[in-house]
Ligand binder design. Structure first.
Ligand code: PHE
Ligand code: NA
Length: 460
């Protein structure tokens, strides 16, 4: 690697800018793209929502991603240490690293239940392949999903398998683990997605899906819709979880942070739009509901596949796609904490990955039990706002609505107001006009936008 990367020690770098782009896109592309984006678009005015969402990606998402990658690459350590080093270099308080601490804690908690959902995807591959959905009815497919959620043993097995896949990759390190996994999984994911879009064109309802997604109906777009777009821009790009800091810590100094962040933002959006084009034609062809929420992927879609020619094959491919998307996201959730443990303790890479993954796996059991044995247990039920919320619901609520926006807000304020402009200019390597635009966004627009979403999610 180039001379300017000397001093990065034995920690290694991504072999190329593309390896970083694939890994960051692998993190970004997940259930948010394949499941959530299509249905929130449907609920919020289709094309009008897509336009607002794109704006949010550009004025909030990409600027924060650039700030996170900057901190990681400038610090060249785990996110907490990197934050501290960047603060010290800029004569700011090392206390700013609370942003990375919140983000990493959120990553750890999110992985604990993300792994449970990743396990659902894994289990559905087998169901689809064995024809369990073939000729299915709403009742039979609903029962299958209900049966999975009701069984702690089944959930535990799949959660364990998913977590093992994630730990396996992370334990093998940057090049032999993360990089190898994303260079296989991401192209495979794209090919599967294109095959499924092709399949969707044969249903005769493709045009309906296109107009559902792209016809702007501004009357269906509410203030709430704008806030949903903003919140989703944050989640979909995996921000506020120290992930881009961890991945940025392995990025060569030759690479333009600005251009790569824009590429990742665009790829994530393209995958979300393609997912909509793959899913909605099937849903419409079977006369099913588009705005089904969680059930869309695990009930509605299997029902659609079960009643279509070659649905067994394409259904299997779909759930493989979903597993790959969840797997690369799971890897990115584990990496920041493992990087930290590896640097801070005597444990080597494998030991760190097994330790953190094991603890995370144990925490995941609480989410599993929330779906069945503990489904009536609401630990914070004495507060009106948390009535009926299980442990699973609470972990999801506190991470998504409080920890991520808070971490993102602190990162934007720190980079925008406490890091020397010259240091940013030389690290981001953008054209002067683009840099000035980014600098104004991260100082003024991004923090205000995130603060609005944050306050809204607290009171709304
Ligand atoms: N960005 C992912 C998605 O859109 C979600 C995710 C969040 C993944 C955090 C990893 C970490 O689905
Ligand atoms: Na995403």
């Amino acid at each position: 690697n180039s001379a300017s990367d000397s001093g990065t020690g034995a920690r290694g770098l991504w072999s190329s800018k593309f390896a970083f782009i694939l890994a960051a896109t692998g993190s970004a592309v997940g259930l948010g793209n394949i499941w959530k984006f299509p249905y929130v678009t449907g609920e919020n005015g289709g094309g009008a929502f897509v336009l607002v969402y794109l704006l949010c990606i550009f004025i909030v998402g990409i600027p924060i991603m650039m700030a996170e990658v900057f901190i990681g690459r400038n610090g060249r350590h785990n996110p907490i240490t990197s934050f501290k080093l960047v603060a010290e270099r800029n004569l700011a308080s090392p206390a700013w690293r609370i942003s990375a601490i919140i983000g990493m804690l959120a990553a750890f908690i999110i992985l604990s239940f993300y792994s449970v959902i990743g396990g659902w995807a894994a289990s559905y591959i087998g169901h689809a392949a064995m024809g369990d959905f073939t000729g299915g009815t709403a009742d039979s497919v609903g029962e299958l999903f209900g049966g999975l959620l009701a069984s702690p043993a089944k959930l535990l097995i799949w959660h364990t398998i998913f977590m093992a896949l994630v730990v396996f990759v992370v334990s093998r390190g940057l090049k032999g683990g993360l990089e190898r996994a994303v260079t296989i999984l991401m192209p495979a994911l794209l090919v599967l997605l294109l095959i499924l879009v092709g399949y969707a064109t044969t249903t005769g309802h493709f045009g309906e899906a296109v107009s559902f997604l792209f016809t702007p109906d501004f009357s269906a777009l509410s203030v709430k819709g704008v806030l949903v777009a903003l919140g989703h821009a944050f989640f979909t790009l995996s921000l506020g979880m120290a992930i881009m800091m961890a991945y940025g810590s392995y990025l060569s100094r030759d690479v333009s942070i600005g251009r790569t962040a824009i590429t990742v933002g665009i790829m994530d959006t393209v995958v979300a739009l393609l997912a909509g084009l793959a899913i909605f034609p099937l849903v419409f062809a079977n006369g099913l509901q588009a705005s089904e929420g969680p059930g869309l992927i695990f009930v509605t879609l299997p029902l659609a596949f079960g009643n279509m020619p070659m649905g067994g094959l394409f259904g299997t491919l779909f759930f493989i796609l979903l597993l790959f998307a969840a797997w690369t996201s799971g890897i990115s959730l584990l990496e920041p904490v493992v990087e930290w443990v590896e640097e801070k303790t005597e444990f080597a890479r494998t030991g760190s990955a097994v330790l953190v993954g094991g603890l995370c796996w144990a925490l995941g059991i609480a989410s599993i039990l929330s779906l069945n044995v503990w489904s009536g247990f609401a630990p914070l039920g004495m507060f009106e706002a948390f009535e009926g919320k299980t442990i699973f619901d609470l972990l999801d609520y506190f991470t998504a609505n409080i920890m991520l926006p808070l971490s993102g807000l602190l990162t934007a304020l720190f980079v925008g107001w406490f890091v020397a402009k010259e240091s940013l200019r030389s690290d981001l390597t953008m054209q002067e006009g683009s840099f000035a635009l980014w600098y104004n966004l991260i100082r003024y627009v991004t923090p205000v936008a995130v603060a609005i979403v944050f306050v809204y999610s607290l009171i709304g």
